[in-house]
Design a protein. Sequence first.
Length: 322
Amino acid sequence: GLWYEKAAPGDRRLGKVVTIAKSKKFRDNHGKVLLEGHRLIKDALEAGAVPQTLFFSTVGHLKLLPEAEIKRASLVKVKFEDIKTWSDLITPQGLLGIFSKPDPAKMSYPAAQLANSLPLLLICDNIRDPGNLGTILRSAAGAGCEKVLLTKGCVDPWEPKVLRAGMGAHFRVPIIANLDWESVPTNLPAGTQVCVADNNDPDTAAGSAPASPKTPVKSSPKAAPEHEDEEGAAGIPELAAQHYYEDWARAPVAVVIGGETHGLSPAALRLAASTGGKRLSIPVVPGVDSLNSAIAAGIMLFEGKRQLLWRHKQEDGRQKLP
């Protein structure tokens, strides 16, 4: 019961696929994103994303999608060889979709995701590797994050490599992108404590005698070398430092993860200091420089989840006492 058309040679719509995939400026100016594969397109449709054009190589691909949703799109049958030319996947599935850029405020996220959401937020600071960001978003969805904030300097979350690594996370958790640090607090719930993940071990942060995990330790200026000249070491606030497995997650809480190359911005440290946040470290074997940012994010988020659930259980137990 679906009407579709066959693409003629030289169809101008086909050229938009590559342009959308490769140009962030085009995506932003025209409000379009490109999605590829059954899983991603199905997740997008179920979350309320608006399809504009679906390119498919066989009619069978359409049978795997919700009919009521794809009726709103232009359906265009193309040769599989053409999809192989446009796709940067090794084994393309034969299904591509141009969608209106999703608005987190208008999305309908899965009921199971909402039911398991926690007062836990993630702030990404200078995450520039697409694979890392996609993996981080996937961990955020898996941990039940309430929201993910991306500051300016992060890679575009709608880049194809980020979408692939995210495995549908874009349609399970709200993602607010391209924020400057001045607007980050307005996107956080009232009373949110902001903690930062830092690769400096609090026991050896000063480079001399081990310090108490509860002792305030000045965050390393190396966290953001590109800002060092303009900010100076004096512009970086002191934060209480501790290991990630110690008590820190008090609802609502946000965790800042910095990129591996540029690290944390001084603005991230100032925001954490202004909320009474802490600097959290994951101890690694001496000689290992640091963890991959995506791995660090996963560890922090699931530890935060563990602490929040444990605290909720303790409070629930006290309420049941006579």
